[in-house]
Design a protein around this ligand. Structure first.
Ligand SMILES: [Zn+2]
Length: 139
């Protein structure tokens, strides 16, 4: 039996983010998108996946404002982790580029778009990592 190849590794995904591209995996069996990348489709478990560049457009599902950061994130507070429903029908956790003092529940459901990677320096638990940074496109 042939080993199935990893179509998109996590480090390739992060590298693409830093180049301004949001990549996901399109399942050739159920046609849904898996993001961030995994070895199998997050919906049906298939390994029949192909890399696809996503629009980066979506809707803000929810967010929170971190004022007391975990160890290693002191330089970043206050910051806003968010959950975005992408136009392709999948959800992704990222950061929201928004004034933490002004962020309120009124932002929920607003259209957002992927701007670039947000990269943090890492801490004693994990190496430097990147995630997608989103901005609100309607006020
Ligand atoms: Zn699938």
């Amino acid at each position: 039996m042939k080993m199935s190849e990893i179509v998109l590794t996590f480090s390739e995904y992060e590298e693409a983010l830093r180049e301004g591209k949001l990549l996901g995996l399109r399942c050739k069996d159920c046609s849904k998108i898996t993001i961030p990348p995994q070895a199998v489709c997050q919906w049906c478990g298939s390994r029949n996946l192909e890399k696809e560049e996503l629009s980066g457009e979506g809707v803000l599902e929810t967010f929170t404002v971190i004022r007391v950061p975990p160890e290693g994130f002191e330089d970043e507070a206050p910051y806003i982790p968010c959950l975005v429903s992408l136009a392709e029908g999948c959800k992704i956790v990222g950061r929201l580029a928004y004034d933490a003092e002004k962020a309120s529940q009124e932002l929920l459901g607003k259209k957002v778009r992927f701007v670039k990677a947000h990269t943090w320096k890492g801490d004693k638990f994990s190496p430097p990592r990147s995630c997608p940074l989103f901005e609100v496109v309607e006020s």
